[in-house]
Ligand binder design. Structure first.
Ligand code: FAE
Length: 546
């Protein structure tokens, strides 16, 4: 302890000097005049990590779990370094926009691919994928043998690319999924805290009823209700006032210009605008983009040695840094965290992790489909890319279906849905030493359970409306988008691979704080639950460990 404290003070002194030279006097002065807080007298960590740094806390990943950890630790007076393998996404491209449009993918759109791999790969028989320059783009379509897992890459993680649907699950579903967590605390304290921190709000129902851009959702409601299904509005993190101004033509369009999958240039409250902005405002949080953690292993003098590859925008490694951290938070997302931990356990870098590492992974039961409506049921050529509603047949049929946009800019007469189902299958990550990679045991056939559950809604609607499924979205004559997930969950499950607050067994000072903690599904879209659970866990960790 004394050793590591000494190291700490020395390196923080260095960090502070670097920070002041590197960022100028205004921020430096603000940091110095801020309140003195418990763990250190030195206010600001280094702007980017340098090899040899000794730091109190390293957070791997800048998505929901990582952002919550950084903000709360910083507010408790702890200097935090975040490393993010993706880009900062704070600089416009030559077209003046930071992010590419969903309908016109370009070099910014995909993580190190030479050809796009769009979730909907065909339309009206035409293939949609196209060649793009290889670049550290924003959306990763990570391919395992049985499933493609879509994830956000960059400062803000999944918040950069997601639909912003901010759904708190029904309490009984949450209790069934995470029985070791006190639901009173979650629903009384941590879900409200997460919703406030994320800037979640509901769409104005009066505006929604008349807005052209939500005609597709009103058609979705009509069809759901005519078949007797509960249709529920769900909140979102989009700035609704901004969207109203978009609709009125008063501001640059974003949700109404089909921006979502490859980033949103204006109205979405991503983590960059919420948790991470507040974390940075403490003066105690630095973020190193294009830095990818490859190894974490116990350090001789206490704490953990972390190896980090610095990347260029072609994915090449330009430097490898070695830093020592007293505590490391794994917040690399369900897949990122699980892959790291599985490899580090198998290769002996973290030998004391328990046998639950890599287990309990699920796809949140994701399956997509489209329905072909009659000509008298147009869904509108203008569709907001931010969904507002879903069909809740969880109790009766095991499916919650998001009424999703298909923002093509033309009238498609299509209704499109992302269903979240109670798929019981769970996969496991394992280390393939010969191939030098982590594999996932998910099988494509396991999606049949999800298809059956989704059919509990859409077969009935089709029968009632006299309509059919679309077969032109996922490849020739395929009805179901059963090859992917947007919602990876699990792999380092709470109270199994970790204790009941995310402390990894076997290695004190290592924590998991992201979607890897959740055992495979959340019954609804997951980021509010990931955020709320992180809020719960970090509060306990700060109180008990720091
Ligand atoms: P995540 O946000 O994925 O952050 C992990 C971060 O770690 C990423 O930025 C990675 O680049 C980074 N990283 C990974 N490995 C490393 C490494 N080795 N070194 C350094 N950095 C690393 O994790 N959820 C909803 O609730 N509502 C929605 O409407 C919704 N729509 C979605 C739409 C799409 C297209 C996608 C892909 C996802 C959607 N999701 C939605 C899921 C949601 O974004 C996801 O559950 C969360 O982002 C997961 O949060 P985590 O903190 O676990």
């Amino acid at each position: 302890m004394s050793d590591s404290t000494l190291h700490n003070e020395r390196s923080q002194g260095v960090s502070r000097r670097r920070f002041i030279t590197g960022t100028g006097s205004i921020v430096g002065a603000a940091a110095l005049t801020g309140p003195l807080l418990p763990t250190t007298a030195h206010a600001a960590p280094a702007p980017v990590l340098a090899s040899g740094d000794r730091i109190p806390v390293l957070v791997i990943g800048t998505g929901y779990g990582g952002s919550v950890a950084a903000l709360r630790l910083a507010r408790a007076g702890v200097d935090v370094h975040m490393v993010e393998m993706g880009m900062a996404w704070d600089t416009p491209g030559t077209d003046g926009n930071i992010f590419a449009n969903t309908t016109r993918p370009d070099y910014r759109s995909f993580w190190l691919r030479t050809r796009t791999k769009q979730p909907i790969c065909q339309f009206l028989g035409y293939p949609l994928d196209k060649d793009v320059p290889c670049y550290t783009g924003i959306l990763d379509a990570e391919e395992f043998a049985g499933i493609t897992v879509y994830q956000g890459r960059g400062v803000g993680g999944g918040s950069l690319v997601n639909g912003g649907m901010a759904v708190t699950p029904r309490r009984e579903n949450f209790q069934a999924i995470l029985p070791s967590v006190n639901a009173d605390e979650m629903y009384g304290l941590y879900y409200p805290r997460a919703n406030a921190g994320l800037g979640v709000s509901a769409v104005d129902p009066t505006w929604w009823e008349s807005a052209d851009c939500y005609q597709y959702a009103r058609v979705g409601r009509k069809h759901a209700q005519r078949s007797g299904f509960p249709f529920v509005f769900v909140p979102n993190v989009y700035d609704w006032d901004y969207m109203k101004q978009e609709a009125a033509g008063a501001v640059p369009k974003s949700a109404l210009a089909a921006e979502v999958l490859y980033g949103n240039n204006h109205g979405k409250k991503t983590l960059q605008k919420t948790y991470l902005a507040q974390a940075r405002a403490t003066g105690r949080v630095t973020i190193s983009p294009l830095h990818k953690v490859t190894t974490v292993t116990p350090a001789a003098g206490g704490g953990y040695t972390v190896l980090i590859d610095q990347l260029d925008t072609g994915g090449g490694v330009t430097a490898t840094k070695s830093v020592t951290a007293d505590r490391v938070f794994f917040a690399a997302g369900s897949v990122g965290t699980s892959k790291l931990l599985t490899r580090l356990k198998a290769t002996g870098a973290l030998p004391l992790l328990n046998g639950e590492i890599g287990k309990g992974w699920g796809d949140n039961g994701n399956v997509m489909c489209g329905r072909a409506n009659h000509m008298w049921d147009p869904t509108g050529k203008l569709q907001s890319s931010m969904p507002t509603a879903g069909i809740d047949n969880w109790a009766a049929g095991g499916a919650f279906a998001e009424v999703a946009p298909l923002p093509t800019g033309i009238e498609t007469y299509a209704s499109f849905y992302l269903s979240i189902t109670k798929n019981p299958n769970r996969a496991e990550f394992s280390w393939n030493a010969a191939a030098g990679r982590v594999e996932l045991s998910w099988q494509t056939a396991w999606k049949q359970a999800s298809i059956d559950m989704a059919k509990s809604i859409f077969d009935k609607i089709n029968a009632k409306e006299g309509t059919i499924y679309r077969t032109d979205l996922f490849g020739a004559y395929r009805i179901w988008g059963d090859h992917l997930t947007y919602h990876p969950l699990g792999g380092a499950v709470l109270n199994r691979a970790t204790d009941n607050y995310g402390r990894l067994h076997g290695h004190p000072g290592l924590y998991v704080i992201d979607g890897a903690l959740i055992p495979g599904n959340t019954s609804v879209n997951p980021f509010v639950t990931i955020t709320a659970l992180a809020e719960r866990n970090i509060e306990q960790i700060i109180a008990a460990d720091l």
